[in-house]
Design a protein around this ligand. Structure first.
Ligand SMILES: NC(=O)c1ccc[n+]([C@@H]2O[C@H](COP(=O)([O-])OP(=O)(O)OC[C@H]3O[C@@H](n4cnc5c(N)ncnc54)[C@H](OP(=O)(O)O)[C@@H]3O)[C@@H](O)[C@H]2O)c1
Length: 237
């Protein structure tokens, strides 16, 4: 480990936007912890990044299912064995189960499953990793949200559970920002990105989608907190 090297933890980083965020943070010189619920996929992703030029020995796998409190606790314990400080937590893991569903037919199960991962997961991971973040001079929490969670222009009926849970995730962001005045805690929308979730018709590459997330995790002014961003600009809640 290099002296003063910053450390980042990205959940849901075995593929998609999370993997690209991990890659860009590693390129910026971070030690990067790849969070994944699937051990095989997580290890493969960490190995792939670690083998990329200049990353050797700086990328690690951390098993975590953000929908399960006991898995989050285990991940924090495992993290403590490898590092005592965390500079950036990126709550990226997310699920979209109801893109074609109608809010009038939304089931409790669909809603609760989405909420556990997309909203409560981010809060519980933030709580569990607070002791490590508090050791950073510039602690940052980035919650990967979605324009679908914005209330400013109403809703268009698409993916109600997903959108409501991203609205609530934005609530988590402002609550954490208020409770942690020395932290930068922000929500960010990556835009519509070509991943398994976004589909092949999406307008942005993973590199474009990850860029604004990485900026908040690594480079944005530390005083910017409690806001919602896209493309490095504040957007309405
Ligand atoms: N793509 C878009 O257009 C778009 C737009 C706005 C916001 N977002 C947000 O961006 C984030 C990343 O999305 P993506 O497009 O990269 O999606 P993706 O390709 O489907 O990747 C989602 C990642 O989250 C992980 N994950 C899901 N549930 C998890 C759990 N309980 N515990 C740990 N990891 C879990 C997945 O792991 P597995 O491989 O094990 O399933 C995967 O690594 C999400 O929060 C999403 O809501 C995406």
């Amino acid at each position: 480990m290099r002296r003063n090297q910053r450390a980042a933890f990205v959940t849901g980083a075995n593929k998609g936007i999370g993997f690209e965020v991990a890659r860009q943070l590693a390129r910026e010189g971070f030690r990067v912890f790849i969070g994944a619920r699937n051990e095989e996929a997580g290890k493969a992703a960490a190995e792939k990044l670690d083998h990329e030029e200049k990353n050797q020995g700086n990328v690690f796998f951390l098993e975590i299912d953000v929908s399960k409190p006991e898995s989050i606790e285990r991940a924090a314990e495992e993290f403590a064995r490898q590092s005592d400080r965390l500079d950036a937590l990126v709550n990226n893991a997310g699920i979209l189960l109801d893109d074609d569903k109608d809010v009038l037919a939304l089931t409790a199960e669909m809603f609760q499953t989405t909420l556990r991962t997309n909203t409560l997961g981010a809060l519980l991971v933030s709580q569990a990793f607070l002791p490590f973040l508090r050791k950073s001079d510039n602690p940052r929490i980035v919650n990967v949200s979605s324009g679908g969670g914005q209330l400013a222009d109403g809703a268009d009926g698409w993916a109600p559970a997903y959108c409501i849970c991203k609205t609530a995730l934005n609530g988590v962001t402002v609550q954490l920002a208020a409770a942690l005045p020395d932290f930068a805690v922000n929500s960010v929308c990556p835009g519509w990105v070509r991943t398994d979730m976004g589909g092949s018709n999406a307008t942005r590459s993973v590199a474009e989608g990850a860029s604004g997330i990485v900026w908040l995790a690594a480079d944005a002014p530390q005083g910017e907190t409690g806001k919602f961003w896209r493309d490095r600009k504040v957007i309405p809640w």
